[in-house]
Design a protein around this ligand. Sequence first.
Ligand code: DX5
Ligand code: ZN
Length: 215
Amino acid sequence: MLLIAPSILAADPLFLGRDARRMVQAGCDWLHVDVMDAHFVPNLSFGPDTVAALHRRFPHMPLDVHLMMDNPEHYIHRFAEAGAAGITIHAEIPKDLPALLREIRAVGCRAGLSLKPATSVDAVRELLPLCDLVLVMTVEPGFGGQPFMREMIEKLPALRAAGFTGLIEADGGIRATNLPLLTSRGLDVAVMGTALLRSKEPEKDMAEMRKAAAV
Ligand code: DX5
Ligand code: ZN
């Protein structure tokens, strides 16, 4: 069954709680929190305090934290303590990725690995057994509202062909019109910012997306 994870990066920063509540009330499965360090990506967004506030307000809503950071090692514990359900790091950072993935699991979070568009499944094959989730970027990370990169969809079957049995998530430019391209290739979790946070009827849109994915 398709899981839907609205990205709060697309929320009105002055009404983050209101917009997050709107997504929760509309029936989202997770809330996706894009953390950006103004170094790995040319943008700056949220920190552990925002995750902690979301966890206090929505204690039963899994928080899917996407670390677009060069130095996640300094923050894994802090996001776990803040209430993250999943922590995803990027395959492109020059760090000991196996150790970081093990640490994410050790603090009780789902360990995720994200692939920028230029990163192939082959490049991360050895890391897959350490991952509970792989996040396929369908845009260059850093900003919401970008166009969907259709050529990324082939990474989904490639992950399964590489023996990956965990959750496959996609992120960037996803909307009802292109979502079937992903669900027909085995997508488990869809991250959507603009498509859902700007929707007039998010509950109806989510229900229709799940229905279309189920056929
Ligand atoms: C981009 C982020 C995405 C983005 C999705 O770096 O990782 O989660 O917020 O937003 P949309 O759906 O608007 O592309
Ligand atoms: Zn993201």
